[in-house]
Design a protein around this ligand. Structure first.
Ligand code: KG4
Ligand code: ZN
Length: 328
């Protein structure tokens, strides 16, 4: 039995959670800075770092308190060390080091994307590897073969923009605000997907920058001609293009690997249209789709605690000289 404290600060959520053996979440505290970054139309890295500093200790203390344990009972401190905003990562990592050192507990490094994948273990206690996981977030879009709890192979990925990044950019072009994903999907609810935006797939990889550019060109051309743009139709058509691509590459990867289980992860996994599309495609192919509830799709500490447990169990340890890394 192991109590794992998970700490997450890679972007604009300061989060901490305590789990028992990874899958039983005893507490999950998320402080989102989204309202602070809203007025800038996106996350401002320096502002994110400063706000992590202001809240990280309180968030950790609250997570331990809500779990109903004493900090001395923790078995390990797991923390996101990559990928993400470097200053933001360093705040969570420094706090984790301080806790681990003061308590004499092991420090366990966690890859943020492994955390997103692990959200599926919390949501469905029966899920075990192997499976195919689509990880689609603001910074990354990968189709991953999860062969074991700590073994991952990237089968396909975006060649340019991440899915969430494309949502955020299109939201800006349409004047829908930040964060873009939820704003675009809300707008799309009242639109028809009638505009044929491209769906570029290159083997196992795919590309979203062309889709984004096609949306920008469509809007600009209409403006030049003095025509009104139906934002709802643009949003619905853009969303349909992204969802089609993600669904196609994910199901193709599962077929190629002979997998009967597909999981969904990352902030974009909160998209209802993607959830329905993948569910339909997985069912048609005789596969089962696993997807976390919306609260576990976007950044949180529980997923880091869960991934941290499996890394801890496998003997992964970080020294106190551990650095953070912006890249994957
Ligand atoms: O995983 P996440 O919380 O942070 C990163 O690790 O990047 O993902 C954030 C991304 C943002 O780009 C946001 O616009 C997108 O996930 N997102 C969505 C939805 N909710 C969040 N994209 C599409 N539809 C949504 N409902
Ligand atoms: Zn994330």
């Amino acid at each position: 039995m192991a109590y794992i404290l998970g700490i997450e600060s890679s972007c604009d959520e300061t989060a901490a959670s305590v789990s028992l053996d990874g899958r039983e979440i005893l507490s999950d505290v998320v402080y989102s800075q989204a309202d602070i970054h809203k007025k800038y139309g996106g996350v401002v890295p320096e502002i994110a770092s400063r706000n992590h500093i202001l809240s990280v200790t309180q968030v950790i203390e609250e997570a331990i308190g809500k779990a109903g344990i004493q900090k001395e009972e923790l078995d390990a401190v797991a923390v996101t060390v990559r990928p993400g905003l470097i200053g933001a990562l360093l705040v969570g990592l420094s706090a984790a080091k301080g806790f681990a050192y003061a308590l004499g507990k092991p420090l366990v490094p966690v890859n943020h994307l492994h955390g997103h994948i692990a959200a599926n273990y919390i949501a469905d206690k029966t899920l075990e590897p192997p499976f195919i996981c689509l990880v689609a977030s603001g910074g990354h879009s990968h189709v991953v073969e999860v062969t074991d709890y700590n073994r991952f192979t990237v089968l396909g990925a975006t060649m340019d923009d991440a899915a969430g990044e494309a949502f955020d950019k299109v939201a800006r072009v349409l004047g829908l605000g930040y964060p873009g994903g939820p704003a675009v999907s809300r707008c799309a609810e009242n639109g028809q997907a009638t505009i044929p935006f491209p769906r570029p797939i290159h083997g196992r990889d795919f590309s979203f920058s062309g889709v984004k550019t096609a949306v920008i060109n469509y809007v600009h051309k209409a403006e030049q001609k003095g025509e009104a743009v139906c934002k709802e139709d643009v949003a619905a058509s853009f969303q349909a293009a992204i969802v089609d691509v993600l669904t196609t590459v994910t199901v193709a990867a599962a077929k190629e690997k002979g997998m009967k289980k597909i999981a969904l992860a990352g902030g974009v996994a909160a998209n209802q249209c993607l959830r329905l599309s993948l569910e339909k495609a997985a069912n048609a192919a005789g596969m089962r789709l696993y997807m976390p509830p919306l609260s576990l799709c976007t950044d949180n500490g529980a997923m880091i605690s869960c991934a941290g447990y499996y890394a801890y169990r496998a003997g992964e340890r970080a020294p106190l000289s551990q650095n953070a890394f912006a890249s994957l």
